[in-house]
Design a protein around this ligand. Sequence first.
Ligand SMILES: [Ca+2]
Length: 373
Amino acid sequence: MFLSKIRNLLVKSKVRTHAPSRVTSLSNSCEMRNNPFVVKPFLIHCAIVSPITFMCCSVCVFLCVCVCVCSGQLQQSLLAFGRSNRKLMRDVMEAQQRALDILSSQVTKSLLAECIYSDVIFPGHRVDDQRRDCSDIKDNLVSVVPKIPSGIYIVHPENTDSSFEVFCEMDYMGGGWTVMQRRSDGLTDFKRSWDGYVDGFGHLAGEHWLGLRKVFHIVNQKDTRFQLHIALVSHDDVTSYASYDDFRLDSETQFFSIHLGRYAGSAGDAFRGYNQEQNQDTAPFSASDVDNDGCNPFCFIGNCTVESCSIHHNHTGWWFNQCGLANLNGSPEDTERNQGQRMHIVWDTWRHNGVPYTIKSVTMKIRRIATNN
Ligand SMILES: [Ca+2]
């Protein structure tokens, strides 16, 4: 009896305990089961869609993870490939540029070397007949030719109809010098008339006088100034120089009078001498047949009476003024003396122990010092 009650109590208790939750938990299911329009989709959903959805989601998540991972790797690979490609392209371009530079350099050097070399060896070949003087040639070649050789070049100064050859010294004191006179071995006869000194004579590579007309054209170009440099060598190989920071000539109608700037050097200013009577600055040019020497009718030179300084100086031409202390057109031969005449090269301000040096060679050269254009 007692046990029976306990069982009933337990049954009731169980029914009370589980019934509501069961009813509640199954109420919707029952409703759906009882609803013909809901049961089937629900079953389909439960049986098929949910697993598929779950699988799809899983696959999507997996794919997303894969894509993320792969895209990261792909991006890194693409970046690495890009860097590698750029480096390869840069290396190729640099190699091509180096090859072009080498080829261009060799072609330029070859052409210029051939051009200049032939011009030195065969006078008359043209580097550029529009170059106005040796300074102009140097300025235009210095950027493309490491070492410009000295030699014969063709120049065409402004305001002239013709070009002519000159000897350019490109090694001496920075180069760009146009040689207007050279005395060295005494093999060239400097006993010349007026026309000879106007037109020039001798060999450009050796002893020569370029000519007053050519020098006039060079130093009278627009917006230019020229300096004059005189390099002297004595018989005992002592060297000296005299330079003038401005040098120009008047025209032929004024007998190519010389105009000199400030002197600098170690040989003394023989052009001006020690007093005004010896000053050759502004003096017109004289030759044996054209007398502008200021000795009219004559001068006293030492114990001599001189009517013509040119004849007194072995029939050479110069800017004599009562003869003066300079005549670089004399002979380099020390032994040439004749009846009191002054045969040798004269630069009497260059002295040793009060005695003038005996000069064996001299070069007169001019170089442009200013261009305003
Ligand atoms: Ca005279």
